[in-house]
Write a protein of this length. Structure first.
Length: 195
């Protein structure tokens, strides 16, 4: 007598979602460590423990995998940057923690000429960063639209991944020194906008 395997739609859907998630997570790890051009679909498949065809079935292309990674990072970014409104030190600590994990990759992606697929993500990341700044420091910002916009742009400049890269990679500062410097920049912007 031949044994048959029975699947429930729920368990099959869960397995599919788990495979898709594993592929995205392994791809994210590869993209964090290596330039986009050096990461192949075969390498992603090997890291995820699936076939090349399975990667294609889930994502259709390398750009599709990148978009899957973007979705994964978008979902996780909200938990990484949690801090209380008005807490400069806490906000900067959370932000620098994010940059310590992802800063090199974010900088490399922003500087890459080969990642047209990420242009939309990078625009959204900038918008999301500004929304985060408003959520944290909104009560301390000017109320007039033009002054508020200038202040948000100044806060963005003070807390951007490029500033982290300059302080961490180019100048070799410690995480504590980076947090202090970025906090000083934020306080300077906030005090300057309230004059």
């Amino acid at each position: 007598m031949k044994a048959t395997r029975t699947y429930t739609m729920g368990s099959r859907a869960e397995a599919t979602a788990a495979t898709r998630d594993r592929i995205a997570r392994e791809a994210a790890a590869l993209f964090i460590e290596h330039p986009y051009e050096d990461v192949t679909l075969a390498a992603i498949a090997q890291a995820a423990g699936v076939s090349h065809q399975t990667v294609l079935n889930h994502y259709e292309s390398k750009d599709g995998v990148v978009l899957g990674v973007v979705e994964l990072m978008r979902a996780e970014r909200h938990t990484v940057r949690h801090s209380e409104a008005g807490d400069v030190a806490g906000a900067v600590r959370a932000l620098v923690g994010d940059y310590e994990q992802m800063g090199d990759a974010k900088f490399r992606w922003a500087a890459s000429e080969h990642l047209q697929v990420l242009a939309v993500f990078l625009d959204e990341a900038r918008r999301s960063h500004q929304e985060w700044l408003i959520a944290i420091f909104g009560d301390q910002l000017p109320t007039t639209p033009a002054a508020r916009k200038r202040a948000v742009h100044a806060l963005h400049a003070a807390t951007d991944v490029y500033v982290w890269k300059l302080l961490r990679r180019d100048l070799g500062l410690s995480r504590t020194e980076i947090e202090k410097t970025m906090a000083d920049l934020v306080v300077g912007v906030l005090e300057g906008t309230n004059r």
